[in-house]
Ligand binder design. Structure first.
Ligand code: FE2
Length: 418
């Protein structure tokens, strides 16, 4: 089965044809001929390797309003609501909700997802449900599962052991939440424990790190130091890192170089953090975002996640990485001419680096034939219009297709383009 995509526009502006044979890209060039291949004419639309969602709490998705709504909209009430719901969840319920979000994601061009399964408390339905999902959807979407101790590992007897139990069940990454431990000392202990477990079981690390407005929350430097000490460059991710939005310049500049040398990845999650951070400030209010622009300039790999979709923390969302990139662009001032396409790279190839899937990712001959074609000609138009994903291709097969809506005003078409 061969598939030929004609006239696809790449991020660098060049126009190419891409030929997929036997699930892989076999030729990328111009004026390709392929007898018997199914042909799609992209007509100059932008095409990239798939979108990558580096941070998604799939176990909580689609639970908004259960067992009650988060009336205040705060992070802490969200954790309380989730804590009330958690004991009643079943593996099948987690599986079905997560599967629905994977369907939404794939339909919008996201073919790689790093999910988080809450492993705090006695109910292990979340991790079991997501592990089953990961294996069942593998042909359609690559899912990694992180064992995430939402309540910390030192606040309740047994939670440290439950984290290790989840690792034994077969998760891909060890998670943590050091800033949520009762004291800084316990937070430090938690970071070190996460690294020890990851080393012992040969897993990657993805820690919720400094997701607070407290400028004294500085577990990120500890993670970077442990990354160096354990020789885990590239295999460690710090997610959220919103305290960085409150770090003063001198400490920030020291931290940037340290992060680059450690090879740690940073993930920005704009939806929940745009609503949660700075909320308790009097005006002027802080934005509470990791320093995405400055980290990129310093050579740190930064990528993006949806984080939350219709859950106790965020009742909105539809799992679209283009919307995530667009929102992050606004909160991190990434509006320069070269910065706009870089935001799309944060949602695509930089995400692949974070997940460590570069070997099976990219528009190169020999790589798996995965592709997303946007109904727009370039990154600026993608991030301006959030257009439908015209075609989504997985392993050389069209798996999703969207026919764009057509708007008319008094009978005349409106295109939202000059
Ligand atoms: Fe998160």
């Amino acid at each position: 089965m061969s598939l030929l995509i004609r006239n696809a526009r790449l991020l660098d502006g060049s126009l190419v044809d891409l030929l997929a044979d036997d699930h892989r890209w076999t030729r990328i060039g111009t004026d390709l001929a392929a007898d018997g291949a199914t042909e799609i004419d992209a007509e100059g639309r932008l095409a990239t390797a798939p979108l990558v969602d580096c941070h998604l709490h799939l176990d909580a998705s689609l639970t908004a309003g259960k067992p009650r709504w988060n009336e205040s909209g705060t992070l802490l009430e969200g954790i309380d609501v989730w804590g009330e719901l958690k004991p009643s969840l079943t593996e099948q319920d987690v599986y079905e909700r997560a599967r629905e979000i994977v369907r939404w994601s794939v339909a919008q061009g996201t073919l790689f997802i790093r999910a988080h399964a809450d492993v705090s408390g006695e109910n292990d339905a979340m991790v079991r449900g997501l592990l089953r999902l990961r294996d069942d959807v593998a042909e359609l979407c690559t899912v990694q599962v992180t064992a995430f101790p939402q309540d910390g590992i030192f606040q309740r007897d047994g939670d440290e052991q439950r984290l290790e139990h989840a690792i034994r069940l077969g998760v891909d990454c060890v998670g943590g939440i050091p800033h949520y431990e009762p004291t800084s000392e316990l937070g430090l202990l938690e970071v070190h424990r996460v690294f020890d477990l990851a080393k012992q079981y040969s897993r990657r690390i993805d820690v919720h790190c400094d997701e607070t407005d407290d400028p004294n929350s500085r577990f990120l430097e500890v993670m970077a130091d442990d990354t160096v000490k354990h020789a885990m460059a590239g295999r460690v991710t710090a997610s959220h890192c919103t305290a960085m939005g409150s770090y003063e310049p001198y400490y920030s500049s020291k931290l940037h170089g340290f992060l680059r040398r450690s090879g740690i990845n940073v993930v920005v999650n704009p939806f929940a953090n745009s609503l949660i951070q700075g909320r308790l400030d009097a005006y002027p209010k802080r934005r509470g975002f990791a320093q995405l622009k400055e980290l990129l300039a310093a050579g740190v790999n930064v990528s993006l996640g949806n984080d939350v979709v219709m859950d106790p923390w965020y009742s909105l969302g539809r799992a679209d990485m283009v919307e995530a990139a667009s929102l992050a662009l606004h909160f991190t001032y990434m509006s320069g001419r070269e910065e706009i396409p870089e935001m799309l790279r944060c949602a695509t190839e930089r995400g692949a680096r974070t997940l460590g899937v570069e070997d099976e990712y990219g528009l190169e001959e020999g790589k798996p034939a995965d592709l997303v074609v946007y109904d727009a000609p370039n990154a600026l138009e993608v991030l301006r219009l959030h257009p439908p994903r015209r075609w989504v291709i997985r392993r050389g097969r069209v798996v999703a297709e969207t026919t764009p809506a057509r708007t008319t005003l008094l009978g005349e078409p409106v295109t939202f383009s000059p």
